[in-house]
Design a binder for this molecule. Structure first.
Ligand code: ZN
Length: 305
């Protein structure tokens, strides 16, 4: 309806850094709330508007790290709460370069149950903000938040190397090879106008070919439930009104990234890029920061048990 596009995001007032307050909060605010408190204390993404402004730039210029949130450097996490030693693999869905590599991404890979395209271009808002750029930006924000908690974070790609993909089987392999304690693939959906909200996708029980999700079913469900709950709480978004019967959870057996995972893994569809109201959220840098915060809190909750 009143979609205004990313470049019209109201600028955030940059407040002065208040390091002493931040340190004080570190001592007072337990657990997963810490990251959000620090973010709030220093004025959110810093008003640089970097993520928003880039949405209007040519694709060739869109792969710079400026999509990253200007999230402050970490404050100390109380040692008992640190995620030191925990590994999280973040999989930014698709790749901004996929549009230029149709033959590569259309090659078929085996996902256990069947053969499927290596990767897809993903969707975009009606104004052209691509899902691939959205997923990378949220991944960058999420990485900062998780590293702040002490976790080791690995991305399956960073939009440049490789210039396309990686293929969905490779995305799963990266999480497996890292022995990730949690893995998450970030997406946004491309459903009709009026379809709104987010949902988390859990692996179905699959035992076929190279796919055997049975050992990760329970842990992935727990991870997904934590992410669903915290994403709703932090963003204020409602669970999908078109998938999952209002639970915010879906179960699928057709996703290679889940079928081939040997570590706890979920997907999240953060909203519907083709719905004008959801698009207004997805194109907002401050909303993407909340999305990353919600995902982070869910993962942190899962990792702390
Ligand atoms: Zn996607």
């Amino acid at each position: 309806m009143s979609y205004t596009g990313p470049e019209f995001d109201p600028p955030q007032q940059r407040r002065s850094r208040r390091a002493p307050l931040t340190v004080g909060l570190a001592a007072l605010v337990p657990g997963a709330l810490l990251g959000w408190a620090v973010y709030e204390a220093v004025g959110g993404p810093g008003g640089s508007g970097s993520g928003q402004a880039n949405a209007a730039t040519p694709r060739s210029a869109s792969l710079t790290p400026t999509d990253d949130a200007k999230v402050p450097t970490p404050s100390a996490v109380p040692s008992g709460l640190s995620l030191k030693g925990k590994v999280v693999v973040i999989d930014p869905g698709h790749n901004p370069g996929n549009f230029q590599h149709p033959s590569e991404i259309n090659q078929k890979v085996n996902i256990g149950t069947n053969w499927k395209e290596c990767d897809t271009t993903g969707t975009s808002t009606n104004a052209g903000y691509s899902e691939a750029r959205f997923t990378l930006d949220v991944a960058h924000r999420l990485r900062v938040l998780l590293e702040k908690q002490g976790a080791t974070v690995k991305l399956t790609h960073d939009g440049d190397q490789p210039a396309w993909g990686p293929c969905v089987n490779r995305r799963a392999e990266i999480g497996n090879a890292a022995h990730a304690d949690a893995a998450i693939s970030i997406h946004a959906d491309g459903a009709p106008e009026g379809d709104r909200g987010f949902h988390v996708i859990l692996p179905a029980s699959v035992h076929s070919g190279a796919a055997d999700t049975r050992p990760i079913l329970a842990s992935s469900r727990t991870l997904g439930e934590r992410v669903e709950s915290d994403f709703a709480k932090v963003t204020g978004s409602a669970p999908s009104n078109y998938v999952g019967n209002g639970t915010g959870l879906d179960v699928r057996k057709d996703l290679g990234g889940l079928n081939l995972s040997t570590v706890p893994k979920v997907f999240i569809e953060c909203g519907n890029m083709r719905d004008s109201k959801d698009a207004a959220l997805l194109t907002s840098g401050s909303w993407r920061q909340k999305a990353a915060q919600g995902i982070s809190e869910g993962i942190v909750s899962f990792l702390r048990g």
